[in-house]
Design a protein around this ligand. Structure first.
Ligand code: NI
Length: 175
């Protein structure tokens, strides 16, 4: 089992645009496996994008654990081909933005095409929690965080709060 380190804001690598996967080889299988290990080790995460662990590739792993049962879905080179006009607002969090949750508006449904880890083409209309999650994770591949959807003022507060948490953790580790 390999648990990778999850980058947190303000790490500049979270702002990079990731590149498409070209080879569906053993290296890819290994990255996907390590990403699931990291996601499950996080305890409360439901999705992880490769740039969050410093890998600049268009790879996403999601497990919504439907009815408490593991339900992993791997998205390679995902692309939204249609956003519904109907929107909804939900509270989101992110492993790269610790201890912060905020309401974000997104399309209620998205039609997504992607490849699975074996290179098989997939296409589906996605709704509900998975719709929020895949839009949030695809944003990561483009260097966008959920806090980038908030107002400038709110975003400033997030960074201030995070600084305080970091200071508190440093103090605790000294004691
Ligand atoms: Ni996130």
């Amino acid at each position: 089992m390999t648990v990778l380190r999850i980058l947190t804001i303000p790490d500049p690598r979270l702002k990079h645009k990731s590149i498409e996967v070209e080879n569906f080889d053993l290296d890819l299988q290994e990255i996907v496996k390590n990403m699931y290990d990291t996601l499950y080790a996080s305890g409360n995460g439901i999705g992880l994008a490769a740039p969050q662990v410093g890998i600049k590739k268009r790879i996403i792993v999601i497990d919504l654990k439907v009815d408490g049962k593991s339900d992993p879905i791997t998205f390679i080179n995902p692309e939204v081909i249609k956003f519904s006009e109907e929107k909804f607002i939900n509270e989101e969090g992110c492993l790269s933005v610790p201890e912060y949750y905020a309401e974000v508006e997104r399309s209620k449904e998205v039609e997504v095409k992607w490849f699975d880890e074996n290179g098989k083409r997939k296409k589906k209309i996605i709704k509900g929690l998975l719709s929020i999650c895949i839009q949030h994770e695809i944003d990561h591949l483009n260097g966008t965080l959920f806090i980038d959807h908030l107002s400038k003022l709110k975003r400033k507060l997030v960074f201030e709060k995070l600084k305080k948490i970091k200071k508190k953790n440093e103090r605790q580790s000294k004691n």
